[in-house]
Design a protein around this ligand. Structure first.
Ligand SMILES: C[S@@+](CC[C@H](N)C(=O)[O-])C[C@H]1O[C@@H](n2cnc3c(N)ncnc32)[C@H](O)[C@@H]1O
Length: 193
């Protein structure tokens, strides 16, 4: 049977904490797989923000969510062309401190220019912003890709950031196949209740 995949493990954490009608964020829309997952989880009464710096990613995400809109199952959706480091400015102030889950899937957009990758300095700024937006008990999930050029440095920087996060802010965990150092792995932070 084997262990859960990194993404399935992230989903489990999110499903334990998020309900229909919640506000959630996909900080790296990419092809929209995680965005659609979050949309289905919160349903039409929920609010979903999605961020990406590439227009192509937001287009693909909108296409992936279109069937939900046609079926009346789409949450209130805001797709934002911009950096997740600025997410606080884009999220309604009424939702600050109320967000249930924020997903990050770092690296590059599959099928696009692989040199456009997430960068440690903006990724860490975004993780800090995410923690500020979460409600107590809410969760940030971050899938890291140490197997590509630049991804290794970013993963190390984020792991170092999470390792020294004050416990008064949140609890951080890591889920990793330790025999496969280049495989994607997960860091999750639950905001302190
Ligand atoms: C691995 S992909 C995400 C995959 C996506 N979660 C999915 O389900 O298909 C990473 C995405 O992060 C985006 N990205 C890079 N830097 C970013 C930033 N500063 N803010 C928001 N998105 C960024 C890239 O354009 C790319 O689409």
């Amino acid at each position: 049977m084997g262990f859960l995949s990194v993404l399935s493990f992230a989903h489990r954490f999110i499903e334990e904490r998020v309900s229909t009608g919640d506000t959630v964020i996909d900080a790296t829309c990419g092809n929209g797989v995680d965005t659609r997952y979050l949309a289905e989880l919160i349903g039409p009464r929920g609010t979903l923000y999605g961020f990406d710096i590439q227009e192509a990613a937001l287009q693909r995400t909108a296409e992936r969510l279109a069937p939900l809109a046609e079926e009346g199952r789409q949450p209130k959706l805001r797709l934002i062309l911009g950096s997740h480091a600025d997410m606080r400015e884009h999220v309604d102030t009424a939702a600050h401190g109320q967000v249930g889950a924020i997903m990050f899937n770092f690296g590059y957009l599959p099928g696009a220019d692989p040199s456009v990758i997430t960068q440690a300095h903006s990724s860490i700024a975004a993780l800090e912003a995410a923690l500020a937006l979460l409600r107590p008990g809410g969760i940030v999930t971050a899938v890291l890709y140490p197997g590509h050029e630049g991804g290794d440095r970013e993963a190390a920087a984020i792991e170092a950031w999470a390792s020294v996060l004050p416990q008064a802010v949140g609890q951080a965990i890591i889920y990793r196949m330790i025999q496969k150092p280049a495989a994607p792995y997960l860091i999750a932070v639950e905001k302190r209740k």
